[in-house]
Design a protein around this ligand. Structure first.
Ligand code: CA
Ligand code: CA
Length: 274
């Protein structure tokens, strides 16, 4: 019965393949679920490690870390939240250093805006900035914008480079109506950004992804930026700000080219040499 034997072997092989795929997908799904199983809740810096920034504003001030910029236009309120405390129509911002050794792998921030955002009343979360002054016209960096006209306000990741260009837009209406949510952003060495959102106490859900490798960056800062009219000058709230340290650079520079002339030898490396 050569036909039946072949047929049986084929079936066995097919089932083995299917079993492997199911096992792989189950394991992969488990890993993904584990990775995402980070509750959207108040952060505890005592149990977190290897961070560049961890601030639940429990100390009721703008120190540890030091937030600079429009410090007079923000307060830490009685609920231990960073709250805008501006007046009139204005743009206010605060930043804190995150070091200069690379791009962090993760950011978390809780954002609450007690109004429906618009072009004139919106916030930006700077994930990376090359200057402490987030209002500088020459700033380069990456930020999340929360707020636009209409009722479809999405979270959008922008790259800023002496001008602004949109990179990726998340789901419509995520932040259209008095937003109150946690946002978690991850970045990996392949240049992949993932933006997750969660209701307070809920689980993070992927909102948007984009591949956009960050060019080499010097001194880096993160921070919050608010554009407001008089009505909403004190209605921006931020909390539980966490930024992971950039991963250690374990890839040594390698020589990619050598050029020799009678008086000069120039060597090209695969990365910038400090
Ligand atoms: Ca807090
Ligand atoms: Ca809107």
């Amino acid at each position: 019965m050569p036909y039946n034997l072949t047929h049986t072997l084929y079936l066995l092989s097919a089932w083995r393949y299917i079993f492997r795929r199911v096992a792989y997908l189950a394991l992969y799904g488990y890993i993904i679920c584990q990775t995402m199983d980070i509750a959207a809740q108040a952060i505890d810096c005592a149990i977190l490690s290897d961070y560049a920034v961890c601030d639940p504003f429990a100390d009721a001030n703008l120190l540890n870390p030091t937030w600079s910029g429009d410090a007079a236009a923000f307060i830490v309120n009685a609920n231990a939240e960073l709250q805008s405390n501006g007046s009139g129509t204005d743009t206010i911002a605060l930043s804190t250093p995150i070091g200069s050794s690379g791009v962090p792998t993760e950011w978390v921030i809780k954002v609450r805006m007690e109004f429906d955002p618009s072009d004139n009343n919106r916030s930006s979360i700077y994930l990376l900035a090359d200057q402490a002054d987030l209002k500088s016209p020459t700033l380069s960096g990456y930020y999340l914008r929360l707020g636009e006209n209409g009722a479809a306000d999405a979270i959008s990741l922008y790259r800023q480079n002496n001008g602004v260009s949109s990179l990726v837009r998340g789901s419509d209406a995520t932040v259209a109506f008095a937003p109150d949510l946690y946002i978690r952003v991850t970045y990996n060495e392949s240049g992949e950004w993932n933006i997750y959102t969660a209701a307070v106490g809920g689980s993070y859900v992927l909102d948007a992804s984009v591949n956009e490798p960050v060019p080499s960056f010097g001194a880096s800062f993160m921070g919050v930026w608010c554009k407001h009219t008089a009505t909403n000058a004190t209605k921006f709230f931020f909390d539980d700000i966490y930024v992971a340290n950039p991963p250690l650079d374990t890839t040594p520079p390698i020589v990619v080219g050598v050029n020799a002339s009678p008086n000069l030898v120039s060597v090209a490396f695969s990365e910038a040499i400090p």
